[in-house]
Design a protein around this ligand. Structure first.
Ligand code: HEC
Length: 153
């Protein structure tokens, strides 16, 4: 009796330790994903990005991320109007690295020479983490299935 009770305690003890360890690893992984730059589920980042969007992006990309009219039709000077950042545009077709680089370095730096771009460079206006915050805000306006698709690009 006594002996088997001891064995049971050991088994329970081991189970407890394993459970705690797994929980710790899970919490660590979750926290890391939450803090990943540009994560639309990170409420602090989204709250930081929203006013930055209004201040620096809305004049071209629209107050409600709707873009400029006829955004996919090239203008006479060779440039394009600003595309929407809502789900009707192609922002979500691009991966995080591309969106970050496009915002930070601007349309001219990212495209081949000769491309006429009106997308400014923000590297001297915003810090990297502010650029990520704006992207987190933009993504936070998308429904879950679009966020998942974009995250897998
Ligand atoms: C002066 C107008 C203007 C402002 C301000 C502006 N953009 Fe743009 N943006 C454009 C135009 C025009 C394009 C279309 C591509 C090109 O011409 O390079 C574009 C393209 C983009 C793209 C790549 C295309 C895509 O599919 O999404 C991203 C990302 C982007 N802008 C993010 C931003 C963010 C974030 C801000 C604010 C921090 C911002 N833009 C501010 C004009 C602007």
């Amino acid at each position: 009796m006594k002996k088997s009770g001891g064995a049971l305690k050991i088994v329970l003890g081991v189970l407890l330790v394993v459970t705690l360890l797994a929980g710790g690893v899970y919490a660590f992984v979750q926290q890391k994903a939450y803090n990943k730059p540009g994560n639309p589920a990170n409420t602090e980042s989204v709250a930081q990005g929203k006013p930055l969007y209004a201040r620096f992006c809305a004049s071209c990309h629209g107050k409600n991320l709707e873009g400029q009219p006829d955004w996919d039709i090239q203008k006479e000077d060779g440039s394009f109007p600003a595309p929407p950042h809502d789900t009707s545009g192609h922002t979500w077709h691009h991966n995080d690295a591309f969106l970050f680089e496009y915002t930070k370095s601007g349309g001219r730096a990212v495209n081949p020479p000769g491309f006429v771009s009106e997308m400014p460079q923000f590297s001297e206006i915003m810090t990297d983490s502010e650029v990520w915050a704006v992207l987190a805000y933009i993504k936070s306006t998308w429904p879950e299935h679009i966020r998942v698709k974009q995250a897998n690009r």
